[in-house]
Unconditional design. Structure first.
Length: 131
């Protein structure tokens, strides 16, 4: 079905990685933390996302790495069902897959993996519609 129009508040984030081996050590997924805040605006065929993720990555050797990862984009989407095509208009002009699950006042979005330091990270975000 269609992505419901509205303003959505970010309520959850998950990052899936294809490996825990990195150039600076092995990631300790149990000691690592992801925090995020942000919002999403939707209207038929279009969305605007403005979020910041805070990744606090721990490595088995005791090294810790933290970084803020802003995610801001706007674009139009086509298709129906759980996988759609997102054509970004800001920033830049790119095209990616958009994974969507909508149920009532809950919405989950996912994007194609992003490579960071040799690790493919697939992000999934959950939102609650703001009344």
């Amino acid at each position: 079905g269609e992505i419901p129009a509205g303003r959505w508040e970010l309520t959850g984030i998950a990052w899936h990685v294809d490996t825990v081996a990195s150039p600076i050590g092995t990631i300790d997924v149990n000691a690592s933390v992801l925090l995020a805040r942000g919002q999403l605006f939707t209207e038929p065929g279009r969305l605007i996302v403005d979020m910041v993720n805070r990744a606090e990555i721990a490595f088995t050797g005791g090294v810790r790495f933290d970084r803020d990862v802003p995610v801001s984009l706007a674009g139009s989407y086509t298709g129906s069902g759980p996988t759609r095509t997102l054509r970004q208009s800001c920033p830049g002009n790119g095209e990616t897959r958009l994974f969507v699950t909508a149920e009532g006042d809950q919405l989950a979005l996912g994007f194609d993996p992003v490579n960071f330091g040799g690790i493919n990270i697939t992000s999934r975000y959950t939102f609650r519609r703001v009344p």
